[in-house]
Design a protein around this ligand. Structure first.
Ligand SMILES: NC(=O)c1ccc[n+]([C@@H]2O[C@H](COP(=O)([O-])OP(=O)(O)OC[C@H]3O[C@@H](n4cnc5c(N)ncnc54)[C@H](OP(=O)(O)O)[C@@H]3O)[C@@H](O)[C@H]2O)c1
Length: 322
């Protein structure tokens, strides 16, 4: 048990990845300090869990949470969906850059031994085939919305490498692809496609409007599987060598729609809105390196993962209506 007895920081413990990280680290015997921010509160409660409410953009507050940590997972972010990325990409990029650059360098300045950075598949050029890790710095992420965020992500991976070269901190880098699950952001203005569809289905929207043409292909990965990969990568591969962590299976948005409607036994008229914001049509990552060097592969089927996410969301919605 690599994490047992270690002091571990989860920056962004209230979010989709953060909540799963907190639970799994506590299960593995770590002493966890986790931060929460404005909206989502950390659900776990455990004698080895310290919860800190703070704004990690504030240098003093951030410095305090890194104190005496052996390991840090960077899972704080202002994550947004296609609408925000199209309407205000510069704002999103500045926020992403500011927060992550501060946290990556602060981990080293605080003498944290290992630090995990969750990179992104936005880094890849659009090749029309599954992207391998070696393509992360080839060509340009070409469509305008991906160009800015793609190059910013390349910079942040480079900052991890630079930080490792100049300090004793080791970094693990993973590149996820379209993950989803409980504790996601379900705010319709800002969320990704899976939570957006779950909100509409729970409201029994009819006609059931789907943004885009429904043909967008991704490796939809359940968050607990992703987090198993993030934990393994920092344990076995804290070398700044990036690894794609995603399911080998590909699906399009139409598959997600069909599964959600089937799980909820809803009979509604589905209408696609190609003029509404959506992202790049084909974004698939090659997951073979994770299997080879970490022995990791996704275990949760899309149906099972969506069912768990829907059940969690409905439970929250019921609680908030009581
Ligand atoms: N989701 C994606 O599409 C995606 C893709 C590639 C990489 N990543 C990276 O994966 C990591 C985890 O993201 P996620 O998907 O778990 O996102 P998430 O569900 O939105 O969680 C992020 C958490 O960070 C918190 N946060 C935001 N700004 C903060 C600040 N200034 N100080 C402290 N906490 C702050 C949020 O607080 P609230 O609860 O108040 O919102 C939220 O709880 C991030 O590093 C992100 O950049 C995400």
């Amino acid at each position: 048990m690599f994490y047992k007895g270690k002091n571990v920081l989860v920056a962004g413990g209230g979010g989709l990845v953060g909540q799963s990280l907190v639970t799994k680290l506590l299960d593995q015997g770590a002493h966890v300090r986790a931060t929460q921010y404005r909206h989502r509160k950390i659900a776990a409660c455990h004698k080895n869990l310290e919860i800190v409410s703070c704004d990690l953009r504030n240098q003093d507050e951030a410095r305090d949470v890194f104190k005496d940590m052996d390991i840090a997972f960077l899972a704080a972010a202002r994550v947004r969906g296609a609408k925000q990325l199209q309407e205000n990409p510069a704002d999103l990029i500045l926020d992403y850059l500011d927060l992550h650059a501060k946290l990556i360098t602060l981990a080293a300045a605080s003498k944290v031994g290992r630090c995990s950075f969750i990179s992104s598949c936005y880094i890849y050029p659009d090749t029309g085939k599954p992207n391998r890790e070696s393509e992360g710095f080839e060509g340009d992420p070409w469509i305008p919305t991906n160009y800015g965020i793609g190059w910013t992500t390349r910079y942040l991976e480079t900052l991890c490498r630079y930080s490792h070269m100049t300090t004793k901190t080791d970094y693990g880098i993973v590149r996820p692809n379209a993950y989803y699950g409980p504790h996601d952001n379900f705010d319709p203005e800002h969320c990704h496609v899976v939570p957006a569809l779950i909100v509409k289905a729970t409201q029994k929207m009819n006609p059931f409007e789907v943004w885009g043409d429904g043909e967008q292909i991704r490796c939809f990965t359940y968050v607990d599987d992703l987090v198993d990969g993030i934990l393994l990568n920092l344990e076995k591969n804290a070398t700044c060598d990036p690894v794609n962590i995603c399911t080998e299976k590909t699906n399009n948005v139409k598959d997600i729609v069909a599964l959600i409607l089937d799980i909820l036994k809803l009979n509604v008229e589905v209408c696609y809105a190609p003029d509404k914001p959506s992202t790049i049509p084909y974004r698939v990552s090659d997951a073979s390196k994770a299997k080879k060097i970490l022995g990791w592969e996704a275990r949760t089927s899309l149906r099972e993962g969506l069912k768990k996410t829907i059940e969690w969301y409905q439970e929250q919605a019921n609680v908030s209506m009581k």
